[in-house]
Design a protein around this ligand. Structure first.
Ligand code: GLA
Length: 594
């Protein structure tokens, strides 16, 4: 049966009746598909009636013209799972999503030759159109007016915090409607005049929503004033009610007090519709974390997207959930509540390393070698994320040679004949590095890590987010030429050959462990004692670790494990590794001093 939903006048109308949206954000791509139902159930149990998700372009189109809609990318299965829980959905398929996600969802292959992102450049819009040709026909059947559960779609994400071109916004909206989206569209922006004016399409009748996490009376009043200034009355909706915040390396996580949060959300719900951002934050699996831009030193975000949300990273209710639920019972007694669900965790244990594979010896198993006169940046090697290993021969000009890596991101490790010569980050990159080549020349390896691209603000513009080495490596006063490049996206490590511990454990290496499990359940690998790298569970990259914290643990969803023996591989770039791997039954936080 099909229904109607509209955003005309001061309230939403569902089948002609006033309707309040009580929504929570769960990003399907940050939660293992086996756990979607658990999180959605807990959302419904809170008395909420809708789930909101972004759609990350870079996950769905990792290479131009190559699309993925399976597993973590199966947005349709997620919408169906929400429908089964009796939840409506809000979908944000905008080309840019921000979301503390690698380059705000923009695919890295847009970096060169595709025009300015989020602009009317035909090269950019052509890429959006080709993506929408694949995506939108998959979303369209899930719309409420076609018997599905999707109430509305976002045109752009906080565009008013980036640019102000209405022509661009109208084009995105047209690209969406031409491909079959018929439910209402909206924009979301900071709830003040400058942002809303720049980012909304209110004069075209597109719903303008606001993003904020406090002072709901004031913020909704500002949104109302903006509407009135444009001669419109629209339903009031906070599209992102920030109930927590994201974390960066070395910074203590922010967590709101449950009582204060519940009071604030309750007051917002007395006024309008609300989407809790996040309801369940989940995890930046793989290399998909974003980065906060700063004038000088950019700050990369961590793997956990726990966010201090009502559900914790694994999807279990926290004290904030309990406080919100108590608030719902008290302030909205007519809203039915369900019983929250909790998932178990594996018992803690310690695994012992049973194999090692050195990176420098494994390049052919992991990568397809490229050759070029001058170093090529990551994107021109056809690679989006991960590491690039640049190799050349360094002549013995003198006993000691001065090297400089010119213009690279985000972290370089320089090895001369396999021995570490330097580690540099951001503004240190370009500083002198002294090495002593052998008389017949030495092998110079430069391992460059892309630590995640900026997801918000002016540095979003291509090509400032290009990774790898953008200019080159200088010896004395000249660029070294004649390079081999090994792209290391690490999306398939199955060809690694492990052996008993070798002599080069201090160089970057893969460390293998085995875990026997009767019944798979969630677990946390505790990387205390390790330095920097990432962890693979049965070949799936669960994300980066770094000794800076704030967490030493990485969350491993039970859905990645199988009954029997499982393989865990740690890629450690900075030392011999701990030799053991501890599995904990919860997240472990360390003091960061920040
Ligand atoms: C903005 C963006 C979101 C997210 C939050 C902060 O509101 O729209 O994608 O980045 O900030 O978590």
């Amino acid at each position: 049966m099909s229904h109607t939903f509209s955003a005309r006048g001061s309230s939403f109308l569902l089948d002609g009746e006033p309707f309040q949206i009580r929504s929570g954000a769960i990003h399907y791509f940050r939660v293992h598909p086996a756990d979607w139902a658990h999180s959605l159930h807990n959302l419904k149990a809170l008395g909420f009636n809708a789930v909101e998700t972004y759609v990350p372009w870079n996950l769905h189109e990792p290479h131009e013209g190559t699309f993925r809609f399976d597993g973590l990318c199966d947005v349709e299965a997620f919408l169906d799972a929400a429908a089964r829980e009796g939840l409506y959905a809000i979908v944000r398929p905008s080309p840019f999503i921000c979301a503390e996600w690698e380059w705000g969802g923009l695919p890295a292959w847009l970096m060169y030759g595709h025009g300015r992102p989020r602009s009317r450049d035909p090269r950019f819009l052509g890429a959006v159109a080709a993506y929408y040709d694949e995506l939108i026909p998959r979303l369209a059947p899930h719309q409420l007016d076609r018997g599905g559960n999707v109430l509305m779609f976002q045109v752009e994400n906080e565009y008013g915090s980036y640019a102000q071109d209405k022509g661009y916004l109208r084009t995105i909206s047209t690209l969406m409607s031409e491909r079959g989206l018929t439910m209402p569209f909206f924009t979301s922006d900071g709830p003040w005049e400058a942002c809303l004016s720049a980012g909304s399409l209110i004069d075209d009748g597109v719903l303008a929503t606001g993003n904020f996490g406090s002072r709901p009376e004031e913020n909704f009043a500002a949104l109302r004033r903006f509407q009135e200034g444009h001669g419109r009355t629209q339903p009031l909706m906070c599209m992102e009610f920030w109930d927590g915040w994201f974390s960066r390396w070395g910074e203590a996580p922010t967590r709101r007090d449950g009582g204060e949060l519940a009071d604030c959300v309750g007051r917002a719900l007395e006024i309008g519709s609300v989407n809790l951002y996040m309801f369940h934050g989940g995890t930046n699996f793989g290399f998909m974390n974003g980065c906060s831009a700063r004038k000088q030193h950019d700050l990369h975000q961590i793997t956990s997207y726990d966010y201090g949300a009502p559900l914790d990273e694994r999807g279990n209710p926290t004290g904030r959930y309990d406080a919100l639920r108590a608030m719902m019972a008290e302030r909205f007694p007519d809203v039915p509540l369900g019983t929250p669900a909790y998932k178990p965790t594996l018992a803690p244990c310690v695994l012992v390393r049973d194999g090692v594979a050195g990176l420098l010896a494994s390049l052919d198993a992991l990568s397809e070698r490229r050759e070029s006169l001058d170093t090529q940046p990551m994107e021109l090697l056809g690679q989006n994320t991960g590491y690039v290993l640049y190799r050349t021969t360094l002549p013995a000009y003198a006993d000691e040679v001065r090297l400089r890596v010119i213009d690279a991101s985000d972290r370089v490790q320089v090895f001369c004949d396999g021995e570490l010569a330097a580690v540099q980050y951001q503004e240190e990159i370009g500083d002198d590095i002294f090495v002593s080549p052998r008389p017949d020349g030495s092998t110079l390896d430069v391992l460059v890590e892309n630590m995640g691209r900026v997801n918000y603000g002016p540095k979003l513009c291509a090509p400032s987010q290009s990774k790898g080495i953008r200019q080159g490596v200088m010896a004395d006063l000249h660029f070294l030429q004649g390079w081999e490049e090994y792209p290391l996206p690490l999306d398939d490590i199955s060809a690694l050959e492990f052996s008993a511990e070798g002599p080069h454990l201090a160089a970057p290496a893969f460390h293998r462990f085995h875990l026997a499990v009767d019944e798979p359940a969630d677990t946390f690998v505790d990387m205390a004692g390790w330095h920097k790298g990432c962890v693979f569970v049965n070949g799936f990259n669960v994300g980066r670790f770094w000794e800076k914290g704030p967490l030493t643990t990485l969350y491993v969803p039970g859905g990645l494990l199988r009954p029997g023996v499982n393989e865990l591989v740690v890629f450690e770039t900075d030392g011999p590794g701990a030799g053991e791997l501890v599995l904990a039954d919860g997240p472990v936080e360390i003091e960061t001093g920040a």
